[in-house]
Design a protein around this ligand. Structure first.
Ligand SMILES: [Zn+2]
Length: 339
């Protein structure tokens, strides 16, 4: 028998793939947008539909464009601190006890030139520290390099991350892969790894005849220890063998994949097939703010359409625990969840 939503919500969870700059609470977004006078700036009018993606869009590109609306809300240090705190609180209320949050400093800076990488980081870190203390959860930060930006920008972000390497657990390369070969970023990621930053790469998310090669390049040239999404591997048996041989987990986000139409329906999603093929699978929420969702919704999809139950949820959380970039000392929190 399927678990009810409250039962699914009460399952202790680990989320390895959640974008902090897309995790804002809808009630807070409307409040901030009004304060900023944004209802005048967004034609036709401030509405839930102008921010949120709750129905499938044409493709990943359409969803990423929608994120530009969200960017406008990230307008001050106070707002960023509040968003980070509330993102953690929402996760905690969904029984997410270990949470890796990622954000792209350039995405926030683009809309708000009065901010700096340092101000953005300190603001988020403040909100996260408050939440960790209050809720007793373990949170790690991942810095995102946007692959669609010039290499000089990527270099600046990477320098910042390395200068603050004790405050980040890892680095990611994100955004639409189409037309943005990962290989030119290889030297940057080599420096990051030497500095002790762990590496996860968004790859194999959207349908493309190059998806297999991009995933292999991300592993071979960028040193990816985890792959964000990687769901296109289902069409590339060789990639599946590499993932298994190297023990590289996939950060799978079923709801997100449906909204970006990486797969036409939940039934068509390869979650179960990848799991049964022996790939290390984890379940994650991606952009719960923009999607108006929680990680429980992804668990519900896994339950309803792929037959996942308590055993599978336990297994994927074990995989997430073992492969989380959060330092071992902070990870102890997870053991306390069960005692
Ligand atoms: Zn993502």
């Amino acid at each position: 028998m399927n678990m009810t939503l409250p039962q699914l919500r009460s399952v202790p969870k680990i989320d390895l793939h959640r974008h902090l700059d897309c995790s804002m609470r809808w009630s807070t977004v409307t409040e901030i947008a009004q304060t900023l006078g944004m209802d005048l700036e967004i034609p036709p009018a401030l509405s839930r539909d102008s921010f949120l993606v709750t129905e499938p869009m044409k493709n990943l590109e359409s969803v990423l464009k929608k994120f530009l609306q969200t960017q406008k809300v990230l307008a001050s240090e106070e707002i960023l601190t509040r968003l980070a705190y509330e993102a953690c609180e929402d996760a905690f209320n969904d029984h997410v006890m270990m949470l890796e949050l990622r954000y792209a400093p350039t995405f926030i800076l683009d809309g708000h030139s009065q901010l700096t990488f340092e101000k953005i980081h300190q603001s988020f870190a403040k909100g996260i520290a408050l939440a960790e203390k209050k809720w007793g959860m373990a949170v790690g930060l991942i810095g995102i390099i946007q692959r669609n930006k010039p290499l000089e920008e990527a270099q600046k972000v990477m320098n910042f991350l390395i200068d603050h390497q004790n405050e980040y657990v890892g680095v990611d390369l994100a955004d639409n892969e189409d037309g943005f070969d990962p290989k030119p970023f290889a030297p940057l990621f080599q420096i990051a790894r030497k500095a002790g930053l762990r590496v996860t790469i968004h790859s194999g998310e959207s349908p493309s005849s190059f998806a297999g090669q991009w995933m292999l390049d991300s592993i071979e040239h960028l040193g990816a220890e985890r792959i964000g999404h990687g769901v296109q591997s289902i069409y590339h048996p060789h990639v599946i063998e590499v993932l298994k041989a190297k023990g590289i987990p996939l950060e799978i986000c079923p709801l997100s994949n449906w909204l970006t139409q990486a797969f036409p329906s939940f039934e068509d999603h390869p979650l179960k097939n990848l799991f049964e093929a022996g790939v290390l699978v984890t379940l994650n929420s991606d952009d719960p703010g923009i999607f108006g969702s929680t990680l429980t919704d992804d668990y519900d999809i896994a339950q309803k359409y792929h037959g996942f139950g308590p055993n599978e949820f336990k297994k994927i959380n074990q995989i997430a625990f073992q492969n989380s970039f959060i330092p071992a000392s902070k990870k102890k929190i997870w053991e306390n969840v069960f005692t």
